[in-house]
Write a protein that binds this ligand. Structure first.
Ligand code: GUN
Length: 284
């Protein structure tokens, strides 16, 4: 039986979007409309859903949005030419190239080509470096969303032991830096970690981003710990599952995120926040 508090990413996300809307209206009165360009190469079904959701979020908030859909055999050169064009386009403040890209295109070259001021994913090395040294940068969306969700529980991060499972560039590494920034003591676990449960059982805050369905169960969790599940795994049945076995974990955890409806909605909301920030910076 679940007695744990369920952290609703949908609810937190709606609250933040409401605040963004107020800011966008004030900005529009000064003649500035935030603009986001989303580039999708090929027909990956999950990517198509994400891209649609991003365009819809722009529409709901009154942003200008452009979706550029390119054939899966588009050359790297043509994609780079589009990125350069968007870099120079004044009505575009944010550029997002949906990943993964087809194998013949080097992701790094594309990410590096995006102007750091318009890099609303926070993936450009300049923004990654700024995050590392604690300078003000466009923060990667999912990690920023994770921090917002923890803040929303009202549980103080300072002085707590946070354990992150996963060390990807998109989630594990940046989220561990952001947790440190909040003055948590951070341990990172990954596929080669020995005695992982010994470490995770010490966690006051556990962030799971491994990309394996139901990887974490109650045996990994200290009673009452905050559990944030970043995983979105499609099961053979077609159902979505997180990296955390919710049923089991929530029998011992404190506040815990569901999948879907946890971290997912926050990622797009943080993208909208970054686009607004980039627009405000562009308009001085
Ligand atoms: N594909 C899956 N997640 C992401 C993301 O956060 N940004 C981009 N650009 N592509 C993704």
């Amino acid at each position: 039986m679940t007695t744990a508090q369920i952290i609703s990413g949908k609810q937190v996300s709606d609250e933040i979007r409401q605040n963004l809307k107020t800011e966008v209206e004030a900005l529009a009165a000064k003649g500035c409309v935030p603009g986001l360009a989303v580039v999708l190469v090929g027909e990956d079904p999950a990517s198509q859903v994400y891209v649609r959701n991003k365009a819809k979020a722009c529409e709901d908030l009154g942003y200008h949005s452009e979706v550029h859909r390119l054939e899966s055999d588009t050359s790297e050169e043509d994609l780079l030419a589009l990125v350069h064009k968007l870099n120079a386009q004044e009505n575009i403040n944010g550029i997002l190239v949906q990943l993964p890209l087809p194998k013949h295109i080097e992701e790094k070259a594309v990410i590096n080509a995006i102007s750091p001021e318009k890099d609303v994913d926070g993936f450009h090395p300049i923004n990654v470096g700024n995050l590392m040294i604690g300078d003000d940068s466009l923060l990667p969306c999912t990690p920023a969303g994770v921090i917002e969700l923890i803040k929303h529980t009202g549980i103080e991060m300072s002085g707590k032991h946070a354990v992150v499972i996963g060390r990807s560039n998109i989630v594990g590494k940046p989220v561990s830096l952001l947790l440190q920034r909040e003055n948590a003591t951070v341990t990172m676990c990954h596929s080669r970690t020995a005695n992982m449960k010994e470490l995770t059982r010490q966690a006051d805050i556990l962030v799971v981003a491994v990309g394996r369905a139901n990887f974490v169960d109650a045996s990994y969790i200290k009673p009452g710990a905050v559990v944030i599940d970043v995983g979105i795994n499609r099961l053979e049945t077609g159902k979505l599952a997180g990296d955390v076995d919710f049923e089991s974990a929530s029998s011992v955890s404190g506040p815990i995120t569901p999948v879907p409806g946890g971290v997912g909605p926050m990622t797009i909301t943080m993208l909208m926040k970054n686009t607004l920030l980039a627009a405000k910076r562009a308009h001085g």
